[in-house]
Design a protein around this ligand. Sequence first.
Ligand SMILES: Nc1ncnc2c1ncn2[C@@H]1O[C@H](COP(=O)(O)OP(=O)(O)OP(=O)(O)O)[C@@H](O)[C@H]1O
Ligand SMILES: [Mg+2]
Length: 272
Amino acid sequence: MILGVDLGNYYTKSSKGVSFLSKVSCDGGIENKDFITVENKKIYLGEGEFDTEYRKAYRENILYLLQGAIDKSTTDKRNKVVVGLPLSQYKEDKEYLINRIILSKLVDDVDVLPEGVMAVPNDYQGILIDIGGRTTDICLLIIEGNKRRIRQPISLPLGIQNLENNFINSINSTYGLDLKVEDSNRILANGLFIYGERKKVNLDSFKEFVENIVRRVQVDYSLKTNDVVLIGGGAEKLYKPFKNRIPQAYLVKNSFMANAIAYGEYAKEIFR
Ligand SMILES: Nc1ncnc2c1ncn2[C@@H]1O[C@H](COP(=O)(O)OP(=O)(O)OP(=O)(O)O)[C@@H](O)[C@H]1O
Ligand SMILES: [Mg+2]
């Protein structure tokens, strides 16, 4: 099968609609049936800790995550994939990652693309903001002649995981609780109840996060005169506060899956 796989800091996703937390562990607990087999050992997907190595190409778990994404997407044994690297790591680490994946024999062929840019229309010109789990990648896309150019790429070490941490910490310190980051979606969706009584939830961390990004974007680009497109799972969550700050901002359809789907489309073209 021909596949796109987005090896995100937070979620691994494939162009077949598969997604799981980008974590692996040898211990799975009895109820976890999500595992891959490597040298006769079970490796559980979505369990354990996130890999803290910043450069994705060098992560210990990256091949397990790739294998997991492939196994969950297809029963085919022969596959060709396209994966991505953050803009800031793309030039330096592309060849290394290609070699590592080829040597692993997980796939018959592989290519690596920069994250973000493939997920917006070919003729889009303007600012692109990809809000992920641990990084926010920003660049300016322009068309010169008939070639797309990436200008001033920056990668901020700020993502939804940082935001969820701040959000939960502020609730914990206000109400003397010991909620975990994993509780943040539930509280956002249902509100905070203590012994059945609804409590106020402070959403300042969301505004601050958006403000932080906007401030950084303003330093490097003209936010007033450029179009702005948002992608990444974080963009879905933060669309409203962004729209309040940047009225021309719009959200790419299915932004959580957008990179994986775009890699898949590209893979179909090059591996025909
Ligand atoms: N359908 C979905 N399933 C799971 N998470 C989703 C979904 N839609 C949006 N999200 C949100 O997307 C966020 C993760 O964003 P995303 O998957 O873009 O990060 P990532 O690509 O793993 O990280 P990075 O780009 O830093 O490598 C999570 O906070 C999650 O709440
Ligand atoms: Mg991402």
